[in-house]
Design a protein. Structure first.
Length: 321
């Protein structure tokens, strides 16, 4: 019995060490540890779609098999059995009142407060259009639906409804970034700004930009189809560096230290936005590999970088610059 127990524990230890082994920078010169999380750690599914953090510090993750809440040690799971109308979840948003809004693959939306489902909203026009993003601007709630564009959630006599605002299948809208009253729209057809008025409309700013991220100071970080990364300001793209990778950029994020993180599906890049160079030489760029299937980046309140992936959840533990 003791021998069998020792062998079993020994095998678990070896496997744990293998799964926890750090990845290395592409040039082999620096170690860039990544911590991987899967169903073995308590996730409802290893692949994670979206990441958000609430005002109490909990991290929330959507997967195709339910919602997960992480307290830094353990994962709590929320599924149909807890009141969710669907387990295949997509987008997340945390409101100022600490309600967690969750979109699903059917196009439905659920509001959770205090770990309880408080509202469920049926899909737009009773059609299946996966929710790609949810954003709140003041008291207004905006949703990006695949092949539909941007719709607004309305309330009439305590009943929820929708109003189509802008975009359609041809626009290819995937994400919105909000700062104050400004709404920046990311699409396969370019970078837009959502202009409000009697009839809201999309203003095309650049056809070449495919990724946008607005930081806490309101700086609009963008990346174009050529792998160029920089800032959108004064109506123009100010390029800071170029990501030379085989695959397209999928996400941009910034942290409190002024670091800018850029991901392709299989590589992570980072540079210091305060690293001033000449107009001919961009900031020093760090590059990390050993990851795959990356879909988005998220920086939490403790300045930790998280990567969502269709195969596992990843936390970057590498050196800061």
């Amino acid at each position: 019995m003791k021998l069998r127990l020792w062998l079993r524990n020994g095998l678990v230890t070896v496997l744990a060490l293998l799964f926890a082994a750090p990845a290395f920078a592409a040039n082999g010169s620096a170690e860039a540890p990544f911590r991987f999380y899967t169903v073995l750690d308590g996730l409802t599914q290893s692949g994670v779609v979206d990441i958000e953090q609430d005002h109490a510090g909990y991290l929330w993750f959507t997967t195709a098999r339910g919602l997960n809440r992480y307290d830094g040690k353990d994962f709590d799971q929320f599924t149909i059995s807890d009141g969710l109308p669907n387990n295949s979840l997509t987008a997340l948003h945390v409101s100022e009142t600490n309600s967690v809004w969750v979109g699903d693959a059917r196009g439905g939306i659920t509001a959770i407060h205090g770990a309880r489902v408080v509202h469920t909203i049926e899909p737009y026009n009773d059609e299946t259009h996966p929710v790609l993003d949810i954003e709140l601007v003041g008291d207004r709630k905006f949703v990006v639906l695949e092949n539909v564009g941007i719709v607004e959630i309305t309330t009439d006599n305590f009943e929820f409804g929708y109003r189509h605002l802008a975009g359609d299948k041809s626009t290819g809208i995937s994400n919105m970034s909000v700062f104050g009253e400004d709404v920046w729209v990311q699409a396969t057809t370019g970078l837009y700004r959502l202009a409000f008025g009697e009839k809201p409309k999309l203003e095309l700013l650049s056809e070449s930009i495919r990724n946008v991220h607005v930081d806490r100071q309101g700086t609009v970080w963008v990346a174009d189809t050529g792998g160029n990364v920089g800032i959108w300001r004064d109506g123009a793209f100010d390029k800071l560096t170029t990501i030379k990778a085989k695959k397209d950029i999928v996400s941009i994020a910034t942290d409190r230290d002024g670091l800018v993180w850029v991901a392709t599906s299989d590589q992570l890049f980072g540079f210091d936005s305060r690293d001033e160079r000449s107009e001919y030489v961009g900031p020093s760029l760090r590059e990390y590999s050993g990851i795959d299937d990356i879909t988005s980046l998220f920086v939490d309140g403790e300045n930790s970088l998280w990567l969502s992936s269709s195969s596992r959840l990843i936390r970057f533990l590498g050196e800061r610059f």
